[in-house]
Design a protein around this ligand. Structure first.
Ligand SMILES: *Cc1c(COP(=O)(O)O)cnc(C)c1O
Length: 484
């Protein structure tokens, strides 16, 4: 079908340079590279060209505005999207405190401050200020880990998977490691104990059954080439019912008798007794050390609440071997991790301070009453400001710790639920992910649930604003349209 108007409209479109010379884009070019602004203008013009070529009737194009100033405004929106970082903060309203997809533990203010201080200038990362000689970067945190856990020595690598790998490689490559069948865990992502074991060069000897393993099972499995007895904390599931597992202290006794080392992978590195604060007991690092376990590994960014890291604590003579393994260099942490870890550990020197200032501990121990109060406040503001087609309620629900920690704990929490007549809740959740900052929510029973357990109090207003910016004008229409 000949559409003689197409050429005429295409000729109406201004040139790229003409749009670029609009004042708002000239101002933008003071901060944003010209190439990026030009790319945005070209994209806007391309979109207009395809609208024009796709139009069936001339009158579809009548209302469109092709003036340079209008196109410049559209380009500016694209520029801001292009300049937004790919990795950015989100509001975690899922109720899951340690969410691998959401970056696990948020850092304490003191840790952020330390990263900043160390990042902007030079530091004594590997220099002894006493004698001016080279020193080890790990010393900055080793003494603190020893003090907190009672261990003789400590080492830190990139993550706990690395800690387990390095320890197995150092102490058991080419030899056998005995593990209970009830503890051959998969943590998610790609940490499966049998696989980590085989890539470390150690051979797995499975003992016992899924639900019951006894000391005699370990005893029978020990042979010529046994290097380690390994206990793994089943951190993301719970076997209940007819079960039996061997406590670390019994493994230690057996290991001593046979001259075999005992290793424990704790997963979450808990440094304080959470049961004092109404939470289920989670094994503490200091308990394993006290029980005599030779090497203990745990994560830095689970319940410890620090940066991503894997920590190895234990007997000096074993830690010496681990530290001098060639692979340690490949798993080495950077100065930011060390700065953040040291600052986090220093908070632990005063338990109350740790509970107050380490975000994950504060969220974990927040009272349900406080969460209820916050949820009520936000629900009330939303009711007052959103259209009446919205249904806003609050309810008490359980939230989970997540991230392979406290598998059986469900914490009482309060949630605000959102529903909009005629609109699918998954669609509302998708819109919220596009908010600024993005809001990550759960959907259940056709409701979007915003859980306050995983949000810090300072984030409440940000949450309110993100929701209002996203939904403030919708409600008249039964469909939420793409907001521009
Ligand atoms: C989480 C976990 C790991 C892996 O730790 P990352 O720090 O994620 O590498 C290993 N073992 C156990 C038992 C865990 O819970």
């Amino acid at each position: 079908m000949p559409r003689e108007f197409v050429g005429r409209y295409l000729r109406l479109l201004p040139a790229v340079d003409r749009v670029l010379s609009e004042k708002i884009l000239l101002d933008t070019q003071k901060e944003v590279p010209r190439a990026i602004v030009a790319e945005a203008v070209k994209e806007v013009l391309d979109e207009k060209r395809s609208i024009i070529s796709g139009a069936a009737l001339e009158k579809e194009l009548d209302l469109l505005n092709f003036s340079p100033s209008t196109l410049a405004k559209e380009a500016l929106d694209k520029v801001s999207l292009k300049m937004e970082h790919n990795l950015r903060p989100v509001l975690n309203a899922t109720g899951v405190l340690l969410h691998t997809n959401l970056g696990r533990a948020p850092l304490a203010g003191a840790a952020i401050k330390a990263i900043k201080e160390i990042g902007v200038t030079f530091s004594n990362l590997e220099l002894s200020l006493k004698d001016g000689k080279r020193s080890s970067r790990f010393e900055h945190v080793e003494e603190l880990f020893c003090r907190m856990t009672g261990a003789e020595a400590a080492f830190i690598v990139n993550n706990n998977a690395g800690a387990v790998f390095l320890t197995l490689n150092t102490l058991a490559a080419g030899k056998e490691v005995v593990v209970s069948r009830g503890e051959l865990v998969e943590i998610g992502g790609s940490f499966r104990l049998p696989d980590v074991m085989s890539s470390s060069g150690a051979c797995l000897t499975e003992v016992g059954t899924t639900n019951r393993t006894y000391l005699k099972d370990y005893q029978k499995a020990i042979g010529e080439s046994t290097a380690l007895l390994l206990k793994v904390h089943t951190s993301n599931f719970k076997i209940s019912g007819f079960t039996a597992a061997v406590p670390s202290s019994s493994l230690v006794r057996l290991g001593r008798k046979k001259g075999i080392y005992v290793m424990e992978d704790l997963g979450s590195g808990v440094l304080l007794d959470l049961s004092k604060y109404g939470l289920p007991y989670e094994p503490m690092v200091q308990d394993s050390v006290k029980a005599g376990v030779d090497v203990v590994t745990f994560s830095g960014d689970k319940l410890l609440g620090g940066p991503q890291a894997g920590v190895i604590v234990g007997k000096s003579r074993l830690l010496e071997r681990i530290k001098s393994n060639q692979l340690a260099r490949a798993l080495r942490v950077d100065k930011f991790t060390l700065a953040a870890m040291e600052a986090t550990l220093r908070l632990y020197l005063d338990e109350q301070k740790a509970l107050q200032e380490i975000p994950i501990l504060r969220m974990l121990t927040a009272s349900a009453d406080l969460l209820q109060h916050r949820a009520e406040k936000i629900a009330c503001k939303l009711k007052n400001n959103l259209h009446e087609k919205w249904r806003i309620d609050i309810s008490q629900e359980k939230s989970r710790v997540g991230g392979g920690s406290l598998p059986s704990a469900s914490l009482p929490s309060w949630q605000v639920s959102l529903q909009l007549e005629g609109v699918n809740a998954h669609e509302l959740a998708r819109k919220l992910r596009g908010a600024r900052p993005p809001v990550i929510a759960r959907v259940r029973d056709q409701k979007v649930l915003l859980d306050f357990r995983s949000l810090s109090e300072e984030e409440d207003l940000l949450l309110l604003k993100a929701i209002m910016d996203t939904f403030g004008n919708s409600g008249e229409q039964t469909e939420v349209r793409d907001e521009k």
